[in-house]
Design a protein around this ligand. Structure first.
Ligand SMILES: [Zn+2]
Length: 89
C-alpha cells in the first residue's frame, strides 16, 4: 500500500447512483479503483442498499466470498448496481 489513507469523516458527496447529496460511506470498502469510486461517488444509503442486494446474491448463488471468482462476480454486479443504473434500455 502507498501511504496511509486519510479519511475525512462525515464529508458529503454528490451521489452517482441516486443523484442526491448525502453522507459518503464511512470507509473505502475495497483497496482498488472500485473502492475509491464508491468512496468518492456513492452515498451511505445507496451503499447500504448495495449491501442488502449483495447479501441476496450471496444467498441466491451460495457464493463463497473468499473465492476469487465469487469476488469478481460481486464486483461486476456492484459496478452495474451503483454506476450503470441509467444504462438500462
Ligand atoms: Zn445515493
Amino acid at each position: 500500500m502507498s501511504g496511509p489513507a486519510i479519511l475525512r469523516p462525515m464529508a458529503t458527496i454528490d451521489c452517482t447512483k441516486c443523484g442526491r447529496t448525502g453522507d459518503r460511506v464511512a470507509f473505502r470498502p475495497f483497496q482498488n479503483d472500485l473502492g475509491r469510486r464508491v468512496y468518492d461517488e456513492i452515498c451511505a444509503p445507496c451503499w447500504a442498499e448495495w449491501l442488502k442486494h449483495q447479501q441476496a446474491l450471496i444467498n441466491h448463488y451460495a457464493l463463497n466470498v473468499q473465492d476469487a471468482q465469487a469476488k469478481e462476480f460481486l464486483f461486476q454486479h456492484l459496478d452495474q448496481f451503483l454506476f450503470q443504473t441509467k444504462s438500462a434500455p
